[in-house]
Design a binder for this molecule. Structure first.
Ligand SMILES: [Zn+2]
Length: 60
């Protein structure tokens, strides 16, 4: 299953969808425009910087 970013149209990496099944944005667009899954962030239970690091690591 693939899902494309609602902003730039690129395919969202599977690893990101595994962690954020509800996301419609790729990491870059989430960082530029704000994530669309902020409500879930608290469920993950980590602060925003840790969260960004995690997503950045997944992307690279
Ligand atoms: Zn994008």
């Amino acid at each position: 299953m693939t899902r494309k970013c609602e902003i730039c149209g690129r395919v969202i990496p599977k690893e990101r969808l595994d962690i954020l099944p509800g996301t419609k944005r790729c990491v870059e667009c989430a960082q530029k425009n704000g994530t669309d899954v902020q409500a879930r962030r608290t469920e993950v239970g980590m602060d925003i910087d840790t969260y960004r690091d995690l997503l950045g690591a997944i992307r690279s």
